[in-house]
Design a binder for this molecule. Structure first.
Ligand SMILES: [Zn+2]
Length: 250
């Protein structure tokens, strides 16, 4: 990280987060790499072409990379990726993973749902460290809610995110509720309300929250989702899968 960012830039990241890469390196030998989101990466990963930063954890290659768009880079963007990294690798939090049978479109949907859930933790932590983040997230969600106005399930995801992670951004939540109402589907409104209420009450028990969300997911997609986690075992980064309530190595 020191090779890519200036000392002044790194010093604007809170020390506890700045130490996460070194902590992982001492436990696994994996040195965090930082690369630019360049044209070839954007071509191969169109979903991330316009992202400010992307975290890639590859247990097969024993590699961890943060890719950044230099123009969009700020201390809060780097903190955001380091919070994801800390939760994934140091804290081994459970995640949704696509299983082998999932199509590309299903894989994208599963990552979207996982990100929506994980952001209920990452975004409040980011705002606590960088208070200016709240306004950025409110602006992003205003645009996202508009873009999703015909997609009921996406609006449900946005609704619980706004209620839990951005409780001070009432105007955006109201816009989201108005789009949900306009779809005139009473089932959808009940699901959105249920998710907002239940996920809020279950936080920070992510596993319980995952089970709640799984109940609301289209059964056709649900069959392609597994619950797993990254873990450090014998000095290596591995993945484990939850089977019948037990964590098993893969
Ligand atoms: Zn994120």
């Amino acid at each position: 990280m020191q090779d890519f960012f200036s000392t002044a830039f790194l010093e604007s990241i809170p020390p506890a987060l700045r130490d996460v890469p070194q902590q992982i390196r001492s436990q696994t030998g994996i040195a965090l790499q930082v690369q630019e989101i360049d044209e070839s990466f954007a071509r191969c990963n169109p979903a991330f072409a316009n992202a400010a930063a992307v975290l890639d954890i590859d247990h097969v290659q024993q590699a961890i990379t943060i890719r950044v768009a230099p123009a969009a880079l700020s201390p809060r963007i780097l903190s955001h990726e380091l919070i994801h990294l800390k939760r994934n690798v140091v804290e081994s939090v459970p995640k949704f993973f696509p299983i082998g049978t999932a199509s590309d479109a299903e894989i994208q949907s599963i990552y979207l749902v996982e990100n929506a859930l994980e952001h209920l933790f990452v975004v409040p932590e980011e705002i606590a460290l960088h208070p200016e983040s709240e306004a950025h997230w409110a602006q992003d969600y205003q645009a996202l809610v508009e873009r999703s106005k015909h997609n009921g399930f996406a609006l449900c995801l946005h609704w619980f995110f706004l209620r839990i992670a951005l409780p001070n951004c009432g105007a955006v939540a109201e816009a989201c509720a108005a789009h949900l109402n306009a779809l005139q589907d009473p089932y959808l409104i009940r699901v959105a309300e249920y998710l907002g209420r239940t996920l809020h009450a279950q936080r920070p028990d992510k596993l319980a929250m995952q089970h709640t969300l799984l109940k609301a997911i289209d059964p056709a997609l649900r069959t392609h989702i597994a619950i797993g986690r990254f873990a450090i075992r014998d000095g290596k980064l591995v993945t484990e899968r939850l089977k019948d309530g037990q964590w098993c190595s893969e």
